[in-house]
Ligand binder design. Sequence first.
Ligand code: PHE
Length: 476
Amino acid sequence: MRIAAHLAYENNKMLSSQVDDSGKRKSLHGHWSSRMAFILAVTGSAVGLGNIWRFPYVVGENGGGAFVLVYLACVVVIGMPVMMSEILMGRRGRRNPIATMALLGSEEGKSTRWSLVGAMGVFAGVLILSYYAVVGGWTLAYVLKSGSGAFANAGAEIVTAIRDEFLGSWITVAFYHTVFMGLTIFVVARGVERGLEQAVRFMVPALLLLMFVLLGYAIMSGYFGQGLSFLFSPDWSKLTWDTVLTAMGQAFFTLSIGMGAVMAYGAYLPEETSIPGSAAAVALSDTSIALLAGLVIFPIVFANGMDPAAGPGLVFVTLPLAFGQIPGGVFFATIFFVLLTFAAWTSAISLMEPAVAWIMERFSKSRQQAAIMVGTLIWACGFGTVLSFNVLADFKFLRGTIYDNLDHLTLNIMLPLGGLLIVFFAGWVMCRNSTADELGGAGRIYKVWRFLARIVAPVGIVFVFLKAVGLLPDFA
Ligand code: PHE
């Protein structure tokens, strides 16, 4: 439907403004394709395991409603301005994130050292993908498991046993991790474009459709009300500053911001495309899919007397369980995990792209060489996560297992820090003319963005950080 609306919009535009002020004829068809390509690429990056795998389990671990509301607030007042800043900086710099930050820094008469922000993002992408690919491997394995009918009519114990057996075998997990990483390297090595665009165009609506099928099942489960109130009625006593930091980290992660992925895609955005409009479209679809996942999963959790705080394996029990009970479940479950693997794949590609673009430019390597180098490194790092759920499950330090530490370091520290520096750069380092130029003039939306980017987002991020590490006293 969105695509049809865009088409109609572009057709009108074509009639009224095929010739612009300077009298030049514009290739409107080309622009339409690029504009859609951009929205689709960013949506493909944003919608992924973060929405369907991570969102429900962190909501479960952090007590529900209050966490969800903080997360939603973070998406609006911090996520949106950061995303708009990333896109506008990407479009202005038109290079990989490291080079873009250096270029914009010097253009604004400031330091080229801002490139370090890009470098941190590249590094964050590598670390995140090291465990993201492992979970991507889980979804891939679940395509085959669902297809084999393993979950048909299975009860909670059987489904849980299947999951535990799977995660307990490091060789199997490593195998699927390797396949998933191979698929990612393959696409990145060939260059992103076409196929990806088509895949996202089909995947997001199909994923939504299947989520609605599951929603129907969740509503019929008799526990929908309980799920709904877990998700939306806040129990503020469950909220600590550490939880708030986790909610903020989730907002960054799910929107793919704070590490330059969106900046890298913004580099290809046509001049006249509205940045606030694109950012809003992406944030809206991303958030709806996450909330929908929550609405599906929690009624199933309560209907089966499961623990919402069960951790990273949560959806790998709840969803097979639900599919096992509905007519045509084997078919639907298989399709669902295929779609989820696709969603994870398109996100994985965007996690790797900044590092690959940088290696290509910095060391004059071909795309293939860069993709293989970066991909192999990430694959090797992935073993830390592969082993976190079996052999090294009891090896804990700081935050827990290797996976727990990677997750905390990247999502709760690196992404918010990257986001802080990006939004600070766009709000304070870039001059008003530069940003207004990118955001379509100094109108009302621009003023709201600037206020959020200069004050609300930076102060909010710093405040939550300081609170979470206990550096700010409690107010009476
Ligand atoms: N947003 C993706 C998800 O929700 C993950 C991601 C994070 C992708 C950062 C790119 C950059 O699954």
